[in-house]
Design a protein around this ligand. Structure first.
Ligand code: NAD
Length: 247
């Protein structure tokens, strides 16, 4: 019996990095997956990989900042797969900028995607999630939602907001068959890191307790547990997956 048998998951940012790893692991575990992203070509490639392994997945073009897009995405998941039991709010962007150097446009964009996008996802998916009676949301925050750095004031703010929204929703829905948890990735090798020169990557790895950065699957395995029925009693939890960075 597969761990996510009978689950239908909507995964945002599913075309790349951590989101794509969720798509692969969740479908291997038996879930049907709606892969949502603004990157259509990449997203369709992820779906093709799933189908090649006899999994069930479809791509849907979703901009998480757009509520009408969200309504269509949720309807698509239910229309194709019959229900919606699982939501992974993973789409996110990083724009560098300190307290003084951040532009207003950069701030607004980061908050729109990383923060408002998560709320819109929970809000729009909620009626269908509640219908299932046994639903789970995982919101992907960041180590930067918990600690400071000089790198991105808007990113820090938006990722701390993800933590707070998860906690609020966990308490609000705890008696209604819906669990909400937060996963905090440390440094994970994905395109969001951009072109980090080798020497900087080495220095970064040296500074981490485990001496290495993570891979997208490290994060997806954490969400897999939180979305499975093994985590029945787990809601409002914070799970750092960072090789000890927050220890
Ligand atoms: P990534 O850039 O590989 O993937 C992010 C995906 O989100 C992309 O496919 C992108 O197209 C999509 N996306 C961006 N804006 C969108 C929008 N408006 N609507 C829909 N999709 C959108 O990066 P990743 O590292 O896989 O990031 C996934 C999540 O993990 C993000 O929330 C990120 O902040 C978080 N995170 C990553 C790291 C890391 O080191 N990689 C660390 C902490 C947290």
């Amino acid at each position: 019996n597969k761990r996510l048998q009978n689950k239908v998951a909507l995964i945002t940012g599913g075309a790349s990095g951590i989101g794509a790893a969720h798509v692969r692991l969740f479908s291997d575990a038996g879930a049907k997956v709606l892969v949502c992203d603004v990157q259509e070509e990449l997203g369709c490639r992820v779906v093709d990989d799933v189908k090649r392994k006899s999994g069930e997945a479809e791509f849907f073009r979703l901009d998480v900042t757009d509520e009408s897009n969200w309504k269509k995405a949720v309807a698509e998941a239910v229309g194709r797969f019959g229900s919606l039991t699982t939501l992974i709010n993973n789409a996110g962007i990083f724009i560098p900028g300190g307290v003084e150097s951040e532009s207003n446009e950069g701030w607004n964009r980061v908050v729109a995607v990383n923060q408002t996008g998560v709320w819109l996802g929970m809000k729009t998916a909620m009626p269908e999630l509640l219908k299932s009676g046994n639903a789970a949301i995982v919101n992907i925050s960041s180590l930067y939602g918990l600690v400071g750095s000089p790198e991105g004031i808007a990113y820090h703010a938006s990722k701390a907001a993800v933590r707070a929204m998860s906690k609020a929703a966990a308490v609000e829905y705890a008696r209604r068959g819906l669990r909400v948890n937060t996963v905090y990735p440390g440094v994970i090798k994905t395109p969001i890191l951009g072109e980090v020169p080798d020497y900087m990557m080495k220095a970064l790895e040296e500074a981490l307790p485990m001496g290495r950065i993570g891979i997208p699957e490290d994060i997806a395995y954490a969400s897999l547990y939180l979305c499975s029925d093994e985590a029945q009693f787990v809601t409002g939890a914070d799970l750092c997956v960072d090789g000890g960075a927050y220890a």
